[in-house]
Design a protein around this ligand. Structure first.
Ligand SMILES: Cc1ncc(C[n+]2csc(CCOP(=O)(O)OP(=O)(O)O)c2C)c(N)n1
Length: 369
């Protein structure tokens, strides 16, 4: 196992002093260490992974230094465009070090949404003509070689990280002022829904909690579309569904997901039918992957949603308020509810035991009735 702080110090010693990226569960300890030891201008938690490539590019142009971009391999897709049309040697030729968490690595058990991404991670980089190096415990020479490579070729290189490579990096537990948990908020929302109401829920623990709530209540899962991957696209899936059915479609999003592709909301609000309902669980963090902050507490989310075209945006911090505002969402168009929740989740939170395809089939059957 790699001593996380020693790895960070080694990068700094090699003049890698600028970090940008989206947090990842496999890189949780490294992200925590970077956050604690770099100032806010030298560690930018970006809306999506493409932003991080662009930021590292801008930093290099201004300083001639090499940025470090961290991401989960799920984020490669978001990074492809700026990697190929900005940093690529045939365009602006911008060197940088990518650190990529390898979810779904072949031979290592992982969730369905990570299996294909894990299998194609190395081939994807190969297709982009980006050299990959698989991080080893004796990383010093690897970092030296990466540095030499990017200096020589003026292009990105990717360090691919297996599960469990970084030692625990202890920091104080992230906190916020709110008192209800995401799971309590979700259960309160579900209490107000009927068989005629459908859910499209976001990536991470939100969908896992919804699955477990249904299990606990002995209910079917066919009203819930669990967006296990595809972070940031939950609201667009819900929009498509709400156009295709008269049933109510409740998008249950997270603030990290909302911010990841916020541009889509301007379009969503311009076309959303009356049965599209938006619920944002705002805990100010990427809670599912280690609690790294998002900018959701730095912006006024209510005003943002209103500016994007929502007609009413309610805010709730208690179960009573959730119940009250859920009834306000009904029968009116462009209604949103922002629920503020504390951080953390149950230690024993499980994972969906119904496969994504079976989840989809059950929902399609129900919607076609
Ligand atoms: C494109 C992409 N980047 C990163 C991830 C890793 N990831 C999974 S859940 C998550 C955090 C989601 O944060 P938020 O939407 O605020 O929900 P919370 O976990 O706080 O409930 C991240 C970064 C991913 N799945 N996909």
């Amino acid at each position: 196992m790699i001593d996380t702080k020693a790895f960070y110090d080694y990068l700094q010693a090699k003049n890698f002093d600028f970090f940008a990226g989206v947090p990842d569960s496999l890189l949780k300890n490294l992200c925590a260490c970077i956050k604690e030891n770099s100032d806010a201008k030298h560690n930018i938690i970006t809306a999506n992974e493409g932003n991080a490539i662009a930021l590292a590019s801008g930093y290099h142009i201004a300083t001639s230094k090499y940025g470090v971009v961290y991401m989960q391999n799920s984020g490669i897709g978001n990074a492809v465009n700026p990697l190929l049309s900005l940093a690529d040697e045939e365009v602006y030729s911008i060197p940088m070090l990518l650190i990529v968490g390898w979810r779904g690595e072949p031979g290592v058990h992982d969730e369905p949404q990570h299996v294909k991404q894990g299998k194609v991670t190395l081939p994807l980089f190969k297709a982009m003509e980006i050299k990959t190096v698989i991080l080893e415990e004796n990383y010093q020479k690897q970092i030296d070689d990466c540095l030499k490579y990017i200096q020589k070729h003026n292009k990105p290189i990717a360090l691919i990280v297996h599960k469990g490579m970084f030692s625990e990096y202890k920091t104080s537990k992230p906190e916020n002022p709110y008192t209800i948990s995401r799971e309590e908020a979700l259960e309160t929302v579900i209490d107000t829904l009927t068989e005629e109401d459908f859910i499209v829920s976001t990536t991470g623990k939100t969908s896992r909690e919804i699955f477990e709530i249904r299990e606990r209540r002995g209910e079917e899962h066919s009203n819930d579309f669990l967006t296990v991957g595809s972070m940031g696209h939950t609201s667009s899936i819900a929009l498509g569904m709400s156009i295709g059915t008269d049933k109510n479609v409740y998008c249950i999003d997270g603030d990290g997901s909302f911010i990841m592709h916020m541009g889509s909301f301007a379009v969503t609000a311009s076309v959303a039918p009356k049965n599209f309902k938006y619920i944002l669980i705002n805990n100010g963090a990427h809670e599912s992957v280690g609690g790294q902050p998002t900018v959701a507490f730095k912006i006024d989310v209510k005003k943002t949603l209103l500016a994007l075209g929502f007609k009413n945006v309610y805010e709730a911090t208690t179960k009573e308020e959730i119940t009250k505002y859920m009834s306000s969402l009904k029968n009116k168009e462009l209604q949103a509810l922002v629920i503020y929740t504390k951080l953390g989740a149950r230690e024993d939170l499980g994972r969906p035991t119904v496969s994504p395809v079976d989840n989809k089939k059950a929902m399609m059957k129900k919607l076609s009735k």
